[in-house]
Every structure is written in C-alpha cells, then in structure tokens.
Ligand binder design. Sequence first.
Ligand code: SF4
Ligand code: SF4
Length: 437
Amino acid sequence: MVKQILFLITLLITLGVFSFTVYRLAGWFRFTKSFPVGDYGKRFNRMMAVAFGQSKILRKPVIGLLHALVFWGFLVITLGSVEMVVEGLTGKDRPMAVTGWFYDFVTASGDIMAYVVLSSILVFLIRRIFMHIKRFYGIEMQKKSKWDALIALAIIFLLMKSLIGLNLTYLSLHPLHAKGLFPVSSRLLPLYTGFFSHTNTITLHEIFWWSHILLIFLFANILPYSKHFHVFTSIPNVFLSRLQPLGYLPNMESVTREVKLMMNPETAFSAAPADAPPPERFGVKDLEDVTWKNYFDSLACTECGRCTDVCPANITGKKLSPRKIFIDLRARMKEKGPGMVKLGREFSDGKSLLRDYVSAEELWACTTCNACAQECPVNINHPSLIIDMRRYLVMEESAAPSGLNMMFANIENNGAPWQFSPQDRMKWAEGLEISDF
Ligand code: SF4
Ligand code: SF4
C-alpha cells in the first residue's frame, strides 16, 4: 500500500509538471496563423510509411537501421511502461498478463528490444563523442544542442540498463514462470547466478523497478525543453505534413484576388467579398505571420542535420542551413511567446524572426531545390517558410537582390523579364523569311 501511495504521488507530480509545460507551449500556438488539414486517409498512409515504417531513415542502411530499431524498440517498451504504471497504481504483479498471448508477445519483444536499443545507443554515443560527423556541426548547433543529445542518449542508456536489470531480477525470482517471456535475459541469467541471492534480488528488483519508472517520468519532463521533444511530436508532424508535391508553391490569396480583379472583377469577388479586410502582412516577418504548422515543425525537428547535409547552398559554402531556420523559429517563440501571452498579440520586443535570427542573405541563398524537404525524416517543408520570408522582403520592403529588382522592373514595364520593349520582340526575325503569325 505504501508503494502505491508513493507511486500515485510521483505520478501526479509528473503529470502536473508535464501538463503545465504542454499548456505553456500550446498557449503560444494561438498567435500563429491557420493551416488547412484534410484528406485524412492519405495522411494516415503517409504516417504509416514515413513515421512507423521509417522509410526516410532507412535510406541510410546501417545507421538508419539502428535509428529505426530504436524507434520500434521504444514503441514496444512503451507498452511495457504502461503496464508498470498500472502495476504501480494497483499493486498487482504484471497486470497485463490477463491479455494472454499479447502480453507474452509484448514482454518478449520488450526484452529483445531492450538489448537492441542499448547496443544502438552505445553506437550513437560513440559516434557523437569520438567521431566528427559533419551534420552534427554548424553555427546553429550550440553547446546546448550537443549536451541535449548526450543527456538524452545517457538517459535512454540508463533506461535500458534498468529495464534489463528488472527483467533479470524478475526472472531470478520467478525462474519457471517467466523463462519463455525473456528470451535474451534468460540466456544471460546464468552469468549472474552467484550475484543474486533471494533477499538481495527482491531489493534489487525494487531498485530497478523504481529507477526505471522514475527515469521515464524524468525523461518525459525533460523532453519538451530539448530537441528530443520530437519523441512526442514527430509522428503527428508526419501525419500533418504537406500533401502537395514538394515543388508546389501556394499562391497568396490576397495577390490572386488582385490579379483576378484586374482580369475579371466578377471572378475576384466570388473568391472573397469585396469588403474583405486588407491583408495584415504579405509573407512572414515574425511569429505572428507563421502558421501553427510551421511552429509545430520547429518542435518536431530532431536537429539531425540531414536537411543541411544535402542542401546545395550549404555544401557550396553559403550561409544557409535549413535546419537553422527551424531552430531559430523555436528559439524566437521561446523568446517572444511569454510576452505575447502576457500582453497579447500586439506585444513587441523590437526584434523579429527575420533579420534578428534569419538573415536575408540566408534566405536568398536557397535554390528551392527541395532536397531538404525530401530528406527530412519528420517531413518538415523548409522552402515554404523560406519563400514566405522572401515574400515579406519583396512585397513589404522591396528588399530583393538587385538582379531580381531589375527583373521585376522589366516585368512591370515590358511584360517580360527581359530588358526589351514588347515592340522589339520580333526584331530577331527581321530579314528572315518568316511569315506573320
Ligand atoms: S530548398 Fe533551399 S534550403 Fe532546401 S536544400 Fe534546396 S537550397 Fe537548401
Ligand atoms: S529539419 Fe528535418 S532533416 Fe533538418 S534537422 Fe530537423 S528533423 Fe533533421
């Protein structure tokens, strides 16, 4: 009974802190713009392939497979953790056993995956600490990012160690009943026979049980403050990702309307009422101009660097790193969000995402090749946000690079991007035997 009360208090504290964090983050979403979501069947299929099937991660056969195994391992082990919560609340030993073959399957897979995840994490730690993997570096990768990754890996390592300890001690206490349920641990148990006496095994089992569940609770509350928040956000982010082809650029409704108005006023008013308010802003300058999906992308970013690794602008030494755009967006929300919650949407701290975080030079370096979006394992679409920030520069500040300004002037004056007047267009054909058309 004492254990149950202690567990209940711990669980309530964990849920309380976690709910507060999520409530705080969710509050910032209301300052963002809408993003249409529909076509749920197609989204579901994409989520199954990209998130659960790990199709993008598996493009790199070795390290991709290790990442995928950690992901799948976590899915199975999480089911075991749910059982521990029920066990902690009810005081009943292995309550999921009533589900029969399902319990056997989850427990056996959990035991195998604990060793697989432990080995994979060791490889990741070695890579992070001793190898210079280019995509783990960059101006946006501050010391905090490095420590974030190492701390998370260390916690997962300890989680697996405590789970294995739990399985071994459980097996030692219930040798006949539990043997088939722990295929790997049962083979390793003879190595520990001298170490486990009946009394110390009961104590050790309790120590492993508590350390495992406390680590889960601690991890869940650390995640929202680190890049590892993607543990919660990556699957929904893939589900919510853009369904249009990668190169698709949505038109700006207000501009489309103006063009339609020029071409055919009746069509323009059928799309939006004549007295529709003028757009507050063209493109994206700061937080209040991004969509909630842009912000959700920033919370789902794993900082893996796969986008930057394939970006031709970055590879050729330009300032642009697509990963940085989303790290910047997350940081900007953290900076301005609390002020907006306190003082409302009008709150200004004199800074903006564009220029204080992302420079025009970075934005104009993008070739819109979409390689970044193609590679991103959580289906973030970088070019759409980059283009929206460029739209602000061009339409609100007329701050396009000089080459583009010349082209804009030509389009305005000549109806084409070239310097020649429309009357001169056929000059090239003078003297040639070309009939009128
Ligand atoms: S779309 Fe832009 S940011 Fe993305 S890879 Fe291509 S150049 Fe880089
Ligand atoms: S945007 Fe995508 S590919 Fe780039 S670092 Fe984040 S998760 Fe990785």
